[in-house]
Structures are given as structure tokens and as C-alpha cells.
Ligand binder design. Structure first.
Ligand code: MG
Length: 281
């Protein structure tokens, strides 16, 4: 595949991606898929999606885990509900991630991804070692399935994420870099963070956002690509600098308004195609 194939974040029945039937309308060669809900995560369902993707000539480049009970309502709620960090749901969600890894394997997809949750910045935090341990177990399971595990960025600073990757110490642990999340969560300037995390970045999102007036306390706002504070041309130039050649996966997290979502993604595709032509020339 040529450098920077365009992609879109897609959903079957869960997550904030575009609906399955919109993928071919968009005409993109790659998708990242939000894992279907547990009852639709069977090997048969995976085989059927695999065959449909093959027919559409679309490659699935990562499967994202997500869980019942997660809420992105505000930053304190994210801290309490997202990923493998909350202790009360950690083991059951870990088991779900193993299912999702097996599901991705049937899809012949070599990357499983998730928002791990708020990893503490302080390695001495009481829950730190437990979060390291569950991530190691998940990496090892993915490794047995010949897969990488990609951590979605946003909830940690680049330095915090580097410390965590170091502590987990698994060669298949990588990063899915989302520049808008750095802004939405107020965790750092996206282009600087991308440079710091460069050796670990294996997939990325193309999403835009504006800073909150109280970064880190309240969310910034997600906006259509090109209208926010990411500065997409700087972002792509930096991706080129660091040698990233993987998919440019567009995210527009407004599934409640599918018409607008589809139109804004179509516009994002033209923005990215134009920038690609200039930057890769
Ligand atoms: Mg993202």
C-alpha cells in the first residue's frame, strides 16, 4: 500500500464511528473498526465482516476495544469509567479485550487498540503497577495472536505515556496518536507530543479540536478537520518528518448526526488528499 492511505473510523453497532454502510460511500481504502458489542463478536460475525471488507476492497488496520459503562461526559467521568484503569471492571474488561484480539485475528488485522484510561502521571501512584501488569498480560496475549496493542493518546502527557511504555516493556506495545485528544484533554501541544512519541507511533487519527478555556479541567471542543487548533498541515508535515507512512484515519465523533458526520468526513478527505499531494510530492 502507498504511504498515507486515507481511512475512517467505523462502527458496526457500538462506538462513535461511521455506520458500516457509509464506508463504501466514502470510497476509502482503509478503516479502523470499533469492536462490535459482545453478542456480535463471534468468529462467524468476524468472518462475515472480513468477507464484506474484501468485497469492498477495504483493509481493516486496527480494531478498537470499548466497553459498556464507559462515558466521555466530562474529564472526571472519563477518569472513573474508561478502559482498564477502573479497578472494579478491570478483569471483566480484560477478558473482553482477549475476545476482541481473537475477533481482530479472524479479520486478519494485526493491531488491537484502546483508550486504556487515565494512566497516572506518577509511577508511584498506588494503582500504577496493577495497570502496568494488566497491560503486560494484554500485550502478551496480542503477541500470541501476532498483533500489536496500540494505546490511544489523549489522557496522558507525552512524558507520562513514555514512562508507562517503558514500565510495560513489551515490544508490541505501540501508540495510536490522536492530535485532537491532546488538545481536548489539555495534555500537550500535539506536534511536540508527536515528535516525543515518534518511535512508538504505529497508527494515527486525523481529528481536530479547540482548546478549553480551562485545559485539563474541562474538555475542549471537537470540530471538523481543518477548523481547529491542530493545524493539519503542521501535523502531516511532522508525520512525514518522523517517517510515518501508515493510514490517515479520520475520526468525526458525531454519530448522533450521521448526515453531518458523513459530509464533514467527505470534506476531510479532500483536505487530506490536497495536503498529501503537496507534502508527499
Ligand atoms: Mg481518536
Amino acid at each position: 500500500m502507498d504511504a498515507w492511505p486515507i481511512g475512517v473510523f467505523a462502527s458496526v453497532d457500538a462506538g462513535l464511528g461511521v455506520a458500516w454502510n457509509v464506508i463504501s460511500e466514502l470510497g476509502v481504502p482503509t478503516i479502523q473498526l470499533h469492536a462490535p458489542s459482545p453478542e456480535h463478536r463471534t468468529p462467524e460475525a468476524a468472518k462475515s465482516l472480513r468477507d464484506q471488507l474484501r468485497e469492498m476492497k477495504v483493509e481493516c488496520t486496527a480494531v478498537f476495544g470499548g466497553f459498556e459503562g464507559e462515558s466521555y461526559a466530562d474529564i472526571p467521568t472519563v477518569e472513573k469509567t474508561i478502559g482498564l484503569v477502573p479497578e472494579s471492571t478491570r478483569e471483566s474488561r480484560f477478558s473482553e479485550m482477549l475476545e476482541i484480539s481473537d475477533f481482530a485475528k479472524v479479520l486478519q488485522c494485526d493491531a488491537v487498540a484502546l483508550h486504556l484510561g487515565f494512566v497516572p502521571e506518577d509511577a508511584q501512584a498506588p494503582n500504577y503497577q496493577d495497570i502496568v501488569a494488566v497491560t503486560q498480560r494484554l500485550c502478551d496475549y496480542c503477541s500470541d495472536n501476532d498483533q500489536f496493542l496500540h494505546l490511544e493518546t489523549g489522557q496522558e502527557t507525552a512524558a507520562g505515556l513514555l514512562r508507562f511504555i517503558d514500565a510495560v516493556d513489551r515490544s508490541n506495545l505501540k501508540i495510536n496518536f490522536d492530535p485532537a485528544n491532546m488538545i481536548l484533554y489539555g495534555t500537550g501541544h500535539p506536534v511536540e507530543a508527536l515528535r516525543q512519541l515518534a518511535p512508538h507511533v504505529r497508527s494515527i487519527h486525523c481529528k481536530d479540536g479547540t482548546w478549553s478555556s480551562k485545559p485539563g479541567e474541562t474538555f475542549g471542543s471537537e470540530v471538523p478537520l481543518g477548523q481547529g487548533d491542530v493545524i493539519i498541515s503542521d501535523y502531516l508535515t511532522t508525520l512525514k518528518e518522523i517517517g510515518y507512512e501508515g493510514p490517515l484515519t479520520i475520526e468525526r465523533e458525531i454519530p448522533q448526526d450521521p448526515v453531518r458526520q458523513r459530509n464533514e468526513i467527505l470534506h476531510a478527505i479532500t483536505v487530506l488528499e490536497d495536503l498529501k499531494a503537496t507534502i508527499l510530492a
